[in-house]
Design a binder for this molecule. Structure first.
Ligand code: MSP
Length: 648
């Protein structure tokens, strides 16, 4: 099977931002997914460098258009590797091959009689680089650019788009996934229910020279959209190249809703006129806003990919944007949202599963993957993996990345639960249950292997690390070939793990709560004490004092020893916000058995530092005095409740 996936070619009148990054990461993820399934894949992106907007941007910087486009196009090209995006081809509309292809196609369409010369008066929006119809205006303005379009009368060349209207409608109606999600297909069909006007495809050189000259009239240059859309053909060597033969039949385009009309109407009618089969699919996504506000230069909230990577790391960014946006709908970026996902989904869920599993394999099995006992009928993870895999394949294949990731995270949660339920730390102490220990740890290791395979398209760098940690080469078919190794049981007993650092560092979240001061002599608390009419016996506190103490249920999501201390453990808990608590329980609990446990905490103690680690609260434990000294037993709740539930 073959896959040809493209992004829009981006205008070079602005530098790359989150919106461009999203589309391009989506295309990269899809390309990587298709490679996992064994397809021959070609992935193309690039820059759109002709037209009014670019000429204006160059003029405003006082440089020639060529100098200007070289510089900004370079910025796009350099951005992609930073995001681990690996296109097979980066096309520029100023490439000589592209200019030739556009001119050849224009001549062909002209010779066929699909281009004619006419006078036209219309409302032209420079922002959209096209004439707008009266219907499209809102309060007389372009809805996208909030500017009043200029009335222009010109003699120009027109493409007979209307000739292909019926054929296009029939195609869309008989191919339900030609344009997805369905809302965009409906939008296009509704637009096509009215007669199509022909498309003005030239600009007089008296007005604009920065474009591709029409081969049949040197007084005109090509309209930027007619030029730009053809990149999808130039990039695979149309009409002669092998790549054209191989890939055109598999073409899929990814765009956002802003350029639906050129891709769903202009482009297919052009393709029909050229006499080629239509592209396979158009995948249309929504817009990224920032803190619920439209991203714009004038508001000053434009997010640059380089800043995101510096702050959060490539894989966190890739994961976040794919997980957060439902493909087709708008989404909002905020630093709170990404930090929350980094801490819960990445550091806690997958990060913990990885570190606990590998730590136990090292400790209990000398770092070697054990044998699963054949008679063991424990198929919990294996069964779930099969269901998850099916959902993953379907959803990745249909651009529902958030759903695919949700499915993968079900497997991660189940595996974390599996650790708590099977208590490997207890199994290891029982010589009669060493076989069972092997099975449990094999199942966990194999789950990690499958996760490495499935997350490859989304977080390639993390998966390389995970593969290494499992003692596998990053190119091993076990983690790169979904077609052959998507089934349970690929990891071979005897594989020796390699030590790698934690997958995702935890990100600090600010604790917004007002703390109660630990200091006994603190003014506020002593004042409150004086209000009591009854003199209290020593050690007795009043109800209003007790009421100040906030007790809550907290879930332990991570636990690790505090350096140079044999008494302290650093716990990360959800209560419901995430915080660190240092607890003196290292002698009584192993870190791996704490994760998942629900404990009681004092939530509003003033933060303090213990052995250099900040602690925001205190965990409650029963203090049991025995022959061997004092033992601490953590207090828990008798049933599962949401983290953060107050204790009354
Ligand atoms: N040059 C044309 C496309 C020609 S394709 C033959 C163009 N360029 S653009 O630079 O304006 O890019 C538009 C595309 O950038 C959108 O369709 C989308 O892929 C991406 N995005 C730009 N802003 C975006 C958001 N705020 N959110 C999501 N994606 C957005 O149009």
């Amino acid at each position: 099977m073959t896959t040809y996936i493209t992004t829009p070619i981006y205008y070079v009148n602005a530098q790359p931002h989150l919106g461009h990054a999203y589309t391009t990461i989506v295309a990269d993820t899809y390309a990587r997914f298709k490679r996992l399934t064994g397809d021959s894949v070609r992935f193309q992106t690039g820059t759109d460098e002709h037209g009014d907007k670019i000429a204006e941007a160059a003029a405003s910087e006082g440089v020639s258009p060529k100098e200007y486009v070289d510089r900004i196009s370079g910025m796009f090209r350099e951005t992609w590797p930073q995001l681990d995006v690996e296109p097979d081809n980066f096309i520029r509309t100023t490439d000589p091959e592209h200019v030739t292809t556009v001119q050849n196609i224009l001549q062909q369409v002209y010779d066929k009689g699909d281009i004619y010369f006419d006078k036209y008066t219309g409302l032209y929006c420079t922002g959209c680089e096209r004439f707008l119809t009266e219907k499209e205006l809102v309060d007389g303005k372009c809805p996208d650019h909030q500017t009043v379009p200029e009335e222009i009368t010109e003699e120009n060349y027109f493409f007979k788009m209307s000739r292909y209207q019926k054929e296009l409608i029939d195609h869309i109606k008989t191919n339900s996934d030609f344009i997805t999600p369905q809302r965009y297909r409906n939008e296009v069909l509704s637009f096509l229910s009215e007669p199509l006007e022909d498309l003005c495809i030239s600009r007089p050189t008296s007005r604009l020279t920065w474009g591709i000259p029409l081969p049949f009239d040197k007084n005109f240059v090509t309209y930027v959209w007619f030029d730009a859309l053809i990149n999808y053909l130039t990039g695979i060597g149309y009409p002669h190249g092998d790549n054209f033969q191989k890939y055109w039949g598999a073409a899929e385009h990814v765009i956002a809703k802003d350029i639906l009309k050129p891709h769903a109407i202009y482009w297919p009618t052009m393709i029909l006129s050229i006499g080629l089969p239509l592209y396979q699919k158009l995948h249309v996504h929504g817009y990224w806003n920032v803190d619920e506000t439209k991203m714009s230069k004038s508001i000053g909230n434009v997010i640059r990919p380089a800043e995101l990577i510096d702050e959060y790391g490539v894989d966190s960014v890739r994961y976040f944007i794919l997980r957060e946006m439902s493909f087709g709908l708008d989404a909002s970026f905020s630093s709170d949202a990404i930090v929350t996902r980094m801490n819960s989904d990445l550091a806690n869920d997958i990060g913990n599963l990885y570190s606990r599993t590998t730590a136990m394999l090292v400790k209990y099995c000398d770092g070697v993957v054990p044998e699963a006992v054949a008679v063991d009928d424990d198929t919990v993870l294996c069964d779930l993996a099969a269901t998850v895999l099916q959902s993953y394949r379907e959803n990745m294949g249909s651009f529902q990345f958030h759903r695919a990731l949700q499915a993968v995270w079900e497997l991660i949660s189940q595996a974390n639960k599996y650790i708590v339920e099977n208590e490997p730390w207890a199994l290891v102490k029982d010589p009669a249950r060493q076989g069972r220990l092997g099975t449990v740890l094999y199942n966990l290791a194999e789950t990690l292997r499958l996760l490495t395979l499935l997350l490859q398209p989304v977080m390639p760098a993390t998966c390389t690390k995970m593969a290494r940690g499992l003692g596998l080469d990053q190119d091993s078919p076990l983690v790169t070939n979904l077609a052959d190794n998507g089934n349970w049981g690929g990891l071979v007993a005897g594989t020796r793990l390699e030590k790698v650092e934690a997958l995702f560092p935890r990100v600090a979240v600010k604790n917004k709560e007002q703390p109660v001061n630990r200091d006994k002599n603190h003014k506020k608390s002593s004042k409150a004490g004086k209000k009591q009419k009854v003199t209290l016996a020593e050690g007795v506190i009043g109800f209003d004092q007790f009421q100040k103490v906030q007790l809550r249920v907290a879930e332990i999501v991570a636990a690790e020893p505090v350096k140079k201390s044999d008494r302290l453990l650093k716990l990360t808990v959800k209560a419901p916000e995430e915080r660190t608590i240092v607890a003196g329980i290292a002698k009584f609990y192993r870190p791996e058995e704490l994760v998942g446990m629900q404990v009681l905490i004092v939530a509003n103690l003033q933060p303090i530092k213990l052995m250099g680690v900040g602690s925001q609260g205190m965990v409650l434990a029963a203090k049991v005095e025995g022959d061997e000294g004092t033992r601490l037993v953590l207090s828990t709740v008798s049933g599962s409740v949401p983290p953060g539930t107050p204790v009354a």
